[in-house]
Design a binder for this molecule. Structure first.
Ligand code: NAD
Ligand code: DAU
Length: 358
């Protein structure tokens, strides 16, 4: 297959591209604007492979998308490009509306235009895979309930509302125009190449620098963590095996309170990085409770039984082994870390955590 992947320079997109190039015979065109979150260094291991190409393109640019579709002639699209950080969506929502809603609309229209031009066999085989989040469902009370594929949408943040909008557009393009779509909604990912504005890499790098570890509110919020390579494998499974129009929830069956995640990282660092910064007796002493995120969702938890039943996918990484691999990866890849901690990153950390009073 020839697969056009949007957002392939990001955290999950780069894991998907590494998976496809390393484990299949498919070819990839990576279409990425290279925002602050996009980093081609995450693709260094496959960038010279003849089955990989890159185009620095904004998905809001319809003319550029039409050119790429016509030149590359994809058999499938995997759509991951998005603004993805909830806190940034609270301090500035415009880019989220632009990329997540308008960008998805432009990509759907470019796909539909291209798909309509295909011969019948190719047209039947074509797939548009929309990659989304469990945050579209809102949050759960601290009960036994889990998000299923039929949980009603109730997004809380500008980020999750923009992703919910994009999901609705994709369903409408399937129902109205017959565009052959498949969809998936996943829980929190973690692992190598994760941009350090998100909780797990932020805590690892702040602890190593001897800085305070910001825990929002009381730290009792729950997230369902999935190792990114398990997600990449799930996405390829959905793309290649799901029936047109189907939607799958993907999760790790791994609910953790934020404060427990932070303590687990501190414990791993005690073992893997015992030479601490000056003045730090224990990494956990750096934990600091700060102002809560506005509208903070209490709990996410995915029922991933449909993808297991229909497509045979299950996660293979446990949270213990995945978190250990992740901490060790950041210790071993200081070059990647230094590169992403550029001026823009410093600016965000200073502005955001000053107002959160760390
Ligand atoms: P990320 O922020 O790490 O990467 C996003 C990528 O999209 C970057 O490479 C960026 O340059 C690119 N991009 C942004 N705007 C663009 C535009 N207008 N045109 C082209 N490229 C653009 O995000 P991620 O964490 O890898 O998430 C990927 C997708 O998966 C997103 O759609 C996100 O909503 C979804 N998702 C993420 C998680 C998670 O835990 N990270 C969980 C479930 C779903
Ligand atoms: O559930 C899937 C979603 O997971 C994805 O759709 C998003 O793209 C992804 O960013 C992630 O969203 P979260 O808001 O859950 O992830 P984040 O890493 O920002 O925060 C995880 C939890 O940790 C959340 O409850 C907020 C808390 N937190 C986060 C930061 C950055 C803190 O306590 N302190 C922090 O400094």
């Amino acid at each position: 297959m020839k697969i056009l992947i949007t957002g392939g320079a990001g955290f999950i997109g780069s894991a998907v591209i590494r998976h496809i190039i390393e484990h299949t015979d498919d070819s990839v065109l990576n279409v990425d604007k290279l925002t602050y979150a996009g980093n081609l260094a995450s693709l260094a291991s496959i960038e010279h492979n003849p089955r990989y190409q890159f185009s620095q393109t904004d998905i809001c640019d319809r003319a550029a998308l039409d050119r790429l579709f016509s030149e590359f002639q994809p058999d499938a699209v995997m759509h991951l490009a998005a603004e993805s950080h909830v806190d940034r969506s609270i301090s500035g929502s415009a880019a989220f509306i632009e990329t997540n809603i308008i960008g998805t609309y432009q990509l759907l229209e470019a796909s539909r235009y291209y798909w309509n031009s295909l011969e019948s066999q190719q047209k039947q085989a074509f797939r548009f895979h929309h990659i989304s989040t469990d945050e579209v469902y809102g949050d759960l009370e601290d009960t036994d309930a889990l998000f299923t594929e039929s949980t009603p949408y109730a997004p809380s943040s500008p980020y999750s509302a923009s992703k919910a909008s994009s999901d609705h557009l994709v369903r409408a393009w399937y129902r109205t125009y017959g565009l052959p779509v498949v969809m998936s909604n996943c829980s929190n990912n973690y692992g190598p190449y994760h941009f350090p504005e998100k909780l797990i890499p932020l805590i690892i790098l702040k602890a190593l620098a001897g800085e305070k570890l910001p825990v929002y509110g009381n730290g009792q919020q729950i997230r369902d963590w999935l190792f990114v390579e398990d997600h990449a494998r799930a996405l390829y499974t959905v793309l290649t095996q799901a029936k047109v129009g189907e939607s799958y929830n993907i999760g790790g069956h791994n609910e953790q309170k934020n404060i427990d995640v932070v303590n687990a990282i501190c414990a791993l660092l005690e073992e893997l990085a015992p030479h601490k910064p000056a003045g730090v007796a224990h990494y956990a002493d750096l934990i600091s409770y700060v102002t809560d995120r506005p509208g903070h969702d209490l709990r996410y938890a995915i029922d991933a039984s449909k993808i297991q039943r229909d497509l045979g996918w299950v996660p293979v990484e446990s949270f213990e082994s995945g978190l250990r691999k992740t901490v060790q990866w950041y210790l071993n890849h200081q070059d990647w870390v230094k590169q992403v901690q550029s001026g823009e990153y410093q600016h965000w950390i200073k502005q955001h955590y000053q107002s959160a009073s760390v």
